[in-house]
Design a protein around this ligand. Structure first.
Ligand code: AP5
Ligand code: ZN
Length: 213
């Protein structure tokens, strides 16, 4: 099974993905998370990606296609996967189709997390994350029991460097210009399901379950 989650920054991709992953035993592959880990580890990939990420621009197609190509071949991902934040350009979508064709598979569903831009600034600027587990909190919509501390591990939470109102503007600009055409690419294949991402996290989960059942 192969599911793709698309939507603007803050639309809830990273919040819903772990739930789908657990329910269907899929691998969760998020290019943003993989790139942030590379930046934190100062790997050659991270060094190349950092500047674009800090500005809210997209990283080059070659770099992200390379990490996805490697990830989808992992033995642990052979039951299927959820792609979160990839593909983000039509070139990436075409390359993904080629990679999957080589493995004899194709995408089953594209979940489009549709939401109005106006809601996103509050979601992004209030987000706190626990980097090692990927757990995400929000000061207003999903606060941790103790401010700044992960509920499970007791470890400190951090904010993403690109989660400012200023950088969000560039991220949204990249989304509308480069990533929205990807949805049209999949609409032509009739595999897009439209979700109401402005609803509460629980309501969004129910919509996702309906689409995937
Ligand atoms: P990436 O990490 O993919 O960031 P993004 O697309 O900007 O998406 P976010 O992670 O910000 O949003 P999300 O939808 O996951 O929101 P979340 O669920 O956390 O990419 C980062 C950067 O990496 C890019 O800018 C680019 O430079 C690079 N990159 C990555 N992939 C690339 C690619 N393929 N090609 C080129 N470059 C690439 O939710 C947000 C907040 O809202 C949280 O606090 C959450 O608690 C809260 N929340 C979630 N759902 C709800 C709800 N229903 N109601 C209320 N609050 C909610
Ligand atoms: Zn995310």
């Amino acid at each position: 099974r192969l599911i793709l989650i698309g939507g603007p920054p803050g639309s809830g991709k990273g919040t819903q993905s772990p739930i789908i992953k657990d329910e269907y035993c899929l691998c969760h592959l998020a290019t943003g998370d993989m790139l942030r880990a590379a930046v934190a580890g100062k790997t050659p990939l991270g060094i190349k990606a950092k500047e674009a990420m800090d500005k809210g621009d997209l990283v080059s197609d070659d770099l992200v296609v390379g990490i996805i190509d490697e990830a989808i071949k992992r033995p642990s991902c052979q039951k299927g996967f959820i792609l979160d934040g990839f593909p983000r350009t039509v070139v990436q979508a075409e390359k993904l189709d080629d990679m999957l064709a080589k493995q004899g598979t194709k995408i089953d569903k594209v979940l489009n997390f549709a939401i109005d831009d106006a809601i996103l600034e509050e979601r992004i600027t209030g987000r706190w994350i626990h980097p090692s587990s990927g757990r995400t909190y929000h000061t207003k919509f999903n606060p941790p029991k103790v401010p700044g501390v992960d509920d499970v591990s007791g470890e400190p939470l951090i904010q993403r460097k690109d989660d400012t109102a200023e950088v969000l503007k560039s991220r949204l600009e990249s989304f509308h210009r480069q990533t929205e055409p990807v949805i049209d690419y999949y609409r032509k294949k009739s595999i897009v399901a439209q979700l109401h991402a402005e609803k509460s996290p629980k309501e969004v989960t129910i919509e996702v379950q309906k689409v995937l059942s």
